[in-house]
Design a protein around this ligand. Structure first.
Ligand SMILES: [Zn+2]
Length: 293
């Protein structure tokens, strides 16, 4: 199933799946993960979270659409189509049926009011734009694109982008929305509306935010790349190879897990494969992720 919907208060959150696959070897994605630690967790990771055939960690790329009485908000825009990515070949020149999946969930690009990326890595900005007659144009013609000021200030520096990748994602997925006049720079605690606001949870990137939805006992949080798989609930010290500030990424992960463990808050990570959502439970000295099946 490509689209799944949850509710938080009177809001609706729908996952729009771009793609899901055995993505990378655990030793690549998690450089500090030892073979012994992996073996300890293998029994519960296989087959859904760790593919027994390839041995790779299964990763999903999806957006979440938050429908409120006032807005339709799209969070994270995956990898996109037709993008030249010679160094990130998983995302190179793809033709995903993403807009078809979005339409089948009841959303057309014209209906999206707000686009927000939890951070500006290449796999979170792809559908910001699409290729039309040889030009990159905003995919969502009526949307305001919210960009975290702190995140932007980091990635706008070419030398810092080069440390991450030389693929032209800044040129094809970010600059066109600035040039179209659709970008609004916001602070990391920006409130989009009463029951939808950003929270700073930095470390993975310098301006990484989460999106808290709902209130009181009916809350959900879209927590971006604080963790790439449920293995990091059991081993919170393990960073992904994409975490920019290693120490801060670990501190943030521990704090996030502590704050949400054994609460009713629904957790919606940016890369957890189907069924994606769940709750964090305390488990010994660490945590586990109970998928909401
Ligand atoms: Zn990501």
């Amino acid at each position: 199933m490509s689209a799944k919907t949850w509710r938080a208060s009177n809001l609706e959150i729908t996952r729009i799946l771009e793609h899901e696959k055995p993505f990378a070897a655990p030793s690549i994605l998690y450089p500090a993960l030892t073979p012994e630690t992996l073996e300890k967790h293998r029994p519960w990771l296989e087959p859904n979270l760790l593919d027994p055939t390839t041995g790779n960690v299964v990763i999903a790329f999806h957006s979440f659409v938050i429908r409120t009485p006032a807005h339709v908000i799209l969070v994270d825009t995956c990898t996109g189509n037709d993008k030249t990515r010679p160094h990130k070949t998983n995302y190179h020149m793809k033709s995903w049926p993403y807009l078809e999946t979005l339409a089948s969930a009841g959303f057309h690009p014209e209906q999206i009011d707000i686009v927000l990326c939890t951070h500006l890595h290449v796999d979170h900005v792809g559908w910001n734009t699409r290729l039309v007659d040889g030009r990159w144009v905003p995919t969502f013609p009526h949307a305001r694109y919210l960009i975290g000021r702190q995140e932007w200030n980091y990635w706008r520096v070419a030398e810092q982008r080069t440390l991450y990748t030389t693929d032209p994602y800044y040129e094809d997925s970010l600059l066109p929305i600035i040039e179209s006049g659709q970008a609004d720079f916001v602070e990391m605690n920006h409130a989009i509306e009463d029951q939808v606001h950003l929270e700073p949870w930095v470390g993975h990137t310098p301006g990484h935010v989460c999106v808290r939805v709902g209130s009181g006992n009916t809350q959900a949080i879209l927590n971006g790349d604080i963790m790439h798989s449920a293995l990091q609930c059991a081993e919170p010290d393990i960073n992904s190879c994409f975490c920019i500030d290693a120490e801060q990424a670990r501190r943030t992960r521990w704090a996030f897990l502590e704050q949400h463990a054994d609460t009713r808050t629904l957790i919606l990570p940016a890369h957890f494969p189907t069924p994606t959502a769940g709750h964090i439970r305390r488990d010994g000295r660490a945590f586990r992720f109970d998928f909401d099946r």
